[in-house]
Design a protein around this ligand. Structure first.
Ligand SMILES: O=C(O)CCC(=O)C(=O)O
Length: 304
């Protein structure tokens, strides 16, 4: 499923894309489950363990921003984490110790209002003993230039870990686009047909703009680690930790590699999801045209 050139690109640029990695019947099943979950959200008024809601969500017009941990919500999302085709790519990218699922999320970007995500490195949220850690993005829909595709800044996974704290000293899950001036104008959009799967390194700087198109952009994200990458935030349940191994055997010997780490402490003022964390970020790069709650506006105006 992946050749040496793609592995080399991942090592050099921090990302790669594999087309047709998920088959259409499974992708269709996922979309049906997603549609039913959005329908059920009519009965949900605020964020909970399953739903993260757009600020403009209502029972009459359900607007879901994220399904949390979809692999625990419906078996189809767990099934894909066991796909031999996916696991062969992950083994090539994460090395010989094995492959562990860390978490999953399904980020919805509905036509004409789907929320942006500010620039960040996943590594700032979950540092490990080594950086063989990545995110898998399953494109449930075509990713196009105007429907808010993932944007990545190539090569940044080999650079520093940027500060993701706000002026109050708390973690806010977003970089400051003025202080950390990267070449954002040349960020690469991960544009590909539905059924493609993207892989980006946990230290790669990425974000995404609002969906201004008339088409949805639903992106199913999984976080995977090498089996010998141990989370620096700790392991609360050893059996549960090992139950997420998809390749390899449990080990008590973490591989420790010298790479830049910042801890996400003190915790974010607004918990629950990256969208909530980032409301405390004082400066924004991506604008949002939809009305936002007062808290967003107080946090600061858009940088551009
Ligand atoms: O959904 C997106 O466009 C980006 C999501 C992301 O980077 C994240 O949730 O960590």
């Amino acid at each position: 499923m992946i050749d040496a050139t793609q592995v080399e690109r991942y090592r050099r640029e921090g990302y790669t894309i594999v087309e047709k990695l998920i088959d259409d019947p499974m992708r269709e099943r996922m979309k049906q489950v997603l549609a039913a979950l959005v329908e059920s959200s009519r009965g949900v008024a605020r964020h909970d363990d399953v739903y993260d809601l757009e600020p403009t969500h209502s029972a009459a017009e359900p607007r879901v921003r994220r399904i949390k941990r979809p692999h625990q919500v419906d078996p189809v999302f767990d099934e894909f984490t066991r796909s031999p085709r996916l696991l062969s790519v992950l083994s090539a990218l994460l090395g010989p110790s094995g492959v562990r699922l860390q978490n999953s999320k399904l980020n919805l970007k509905a036509p004409q209002y789907g929320s942006p995500v500010e620039w960040h490195q996943d590594w700032a949220f979950y540092p490990h003993t080594n950086d063989d850690v990545l995110a898998v993005g399953v494109l449930l829909d075509d990713a196009t230039a105007d429907n808010g595709p993932l944007l990545v800044v190539p090569g940044t996974h080999r650079g520093p870990t940027f500060d993701h704290h706000g002026p109050d000293g708390r973690f806010c899950g977003a970089m400051d686009p003025v202080r950390d001036r990267l070449d954002y104008e040349h960020a690469v959009p991960l544009i590909a047909p539905a059924g493609s799967v993207t892989f980006h390194h946990a230290r790669l700087v990425h974000g995404s703009a609002e969906n201004v198109s008339r088409r949805p952009r639903n992106l199913l994200l999984y976080e995977f680690c090498a089996a010998d990458a141990f989370p620096l935030l700790g392991i609360s349940d050893w059996d549960e930790f090992n139950s997420r191994l998809r390749v390899g055997r449990p080990t008590t010997v973490p591989r420790i590699v010298d790479c830049p780490v910042r801890m996400p402490y003190p915790p974010a003022a607004y918990q629950g999801s990256i969208y909530e964390n980032q409301t405390a970020s004082p400066r924004r790069y991506f604008s949002q045209t939809q009305s936002t709650p007062a808290r967003h506006e107080e946090a600061g105006s858009a940088a551009r």
